[in-house]
Write a new protein. Structure first.
Length: 347
């Protein structure tokens, strides 16, 4: 592109042979008043359009700058985790230490996503990138982040960006995360997006996750850890050993003995699951009392443990008896409570 000086020289060369005095003696042809007005109005409109175009371009650039996501560095101590974490134990992950060393040597390659905390100016909440955040906290170095205004729903859905690509998010981590979101009032569709589930199996799978997580005390799950090699059937079986998501006194003591044993500290989370499952399952077998009742020529079996009683009725001998008993249970329960109340008063 030519500079102003070069342009002036070119213009002078174009008009170098023109006599200025002769050019001045030539008068322009008369212009009608209407044409003058038309030209004047056209010039004004053209200038107006130019200014409007400039203003629109400035606004477009301004909006583009505002919407662009710049990676900044934050003090990791001023960033808190998501209000619903999808990780049971980041530092308990066998690969986490290697992950930290990788960031120490090569730096943080990908930014985390955070939102500002209105209640604490200068502080943020992570949507995803919790392992990167924790690594930077351990290394005491700034964490690279993108700051974005997010609603609660947008935050948990943003977590699905990583979850959909993660191969090491275990079954129980998904289940606990899904149940926590359900208890906070999020829809199954939102939970499905937050977990990065595909369309085909998403809603049914969310129900499976929340149903199994609702069988298990969360403290027990966190004690065990992610257990990446332990799938749905085993967790479901463990849940069946626990009544109303609460450990009995005998179960709590059995788990305490397992945790205090030397093997516990050396075990990974899958091995810890096996130890807990073995202790509760063994306790179940040891305390089970089987009673056989011979009534009307048939045998009714009752299996009793510390946590539950299973009654087996051969329906082919007396059809309809099971249904009748189920209908009568509310009345029987009231009768039982009334009798127990009277006994308490007598004592």
């Amino acid at each position: 592109m030519a500079n102003p000086r070069e342009r002036n020289q070119r213009i002078k060369s174009l008009f170098g042979n023109v006599d200025p005095e002769a050019l001045g003696r030539q008068s322009p042809p008369p212009q009608p008043d209407a044409d003058k007005r038309r030209v004047g109005a056209g010039a004004v409109k053209s200038m107006d359009r130019a200014f409007v175009s400039i203003e629109e371009e400035n606004k477009r650039l301004h909006d583009q700058l505002l919407s662009s996501e710049t990676i900044i560095e934050l003090d990791p101590s001023r960033v808190v985790p998501s209000f619903v974490n999808d990780r049971l134990d980041i530092e308990g992950d066998r690969n986490f230490q290697a992950f930290v060393e990788g960031i120490r040597e090569a730096g943080q390659k990908l930014p985390i996503l955070v939102r500002p905390l209105p209640s604490k100016p200068g502080h943020y909440q992570a949507a995803y990138g919790h392992r990167r955040l924790r690594a930077c906290q351990i290394l005491k170095r700034p964490v690279k982040a993108i700051v974005r205004e997010l609603s609660d729903e947008e935050l948990v859905v943003s977590q699905g960006i990583e979850n959909s690509e993660r191969l090491n998010l275990s079954f129980i981590e998904q289940a606990i995360f899904a149940l926590a979101l359900k208890e906070k009032g999020f829809s199954r569709e939102t939970i499905s997006e937050a977990l990065g589930r595909n369309e085909g199996k998403r809603l049914a799978y969310i129900s499976i996750l929340t149903n199994i997580a609702s069988l298990l005390p969360e403290d027990l799950v966190r004690l065990i850890g992610a257990a990446p090699s332990t799938g749905r059937p085993k967790w479901e079986k463990l849940g069946s050993l626990i009544e109303n998501r609460v450990l009995s006194g005998a179960q709590a003591k059995a788990i305490e003995r397992v945790v205090q044993a030397p093997d516990w500290a050396q075990s990974d989370s899958d091995q810890r699951f096996a130890l807990i499952f073995g202790a509760l399952g063994e306790r179940e077998k040891q305390t089970a009392v089987i009673t056989e009742l011979r009534i009307a020529g048939m045998v009714i079996t009752a299996t009793q443990t510390d946590t539950k009683t299973n009654i087996s009725i051969p329906n082919n001998r007396i059809p309809g008896l099971s249904t009748w008993l189920l209908k009568r249970l509310p009345d029987l329960l009231e009768e039982f409570q009334a009798e127990r109340g009277e006994d308490s008063k007598m004592e």
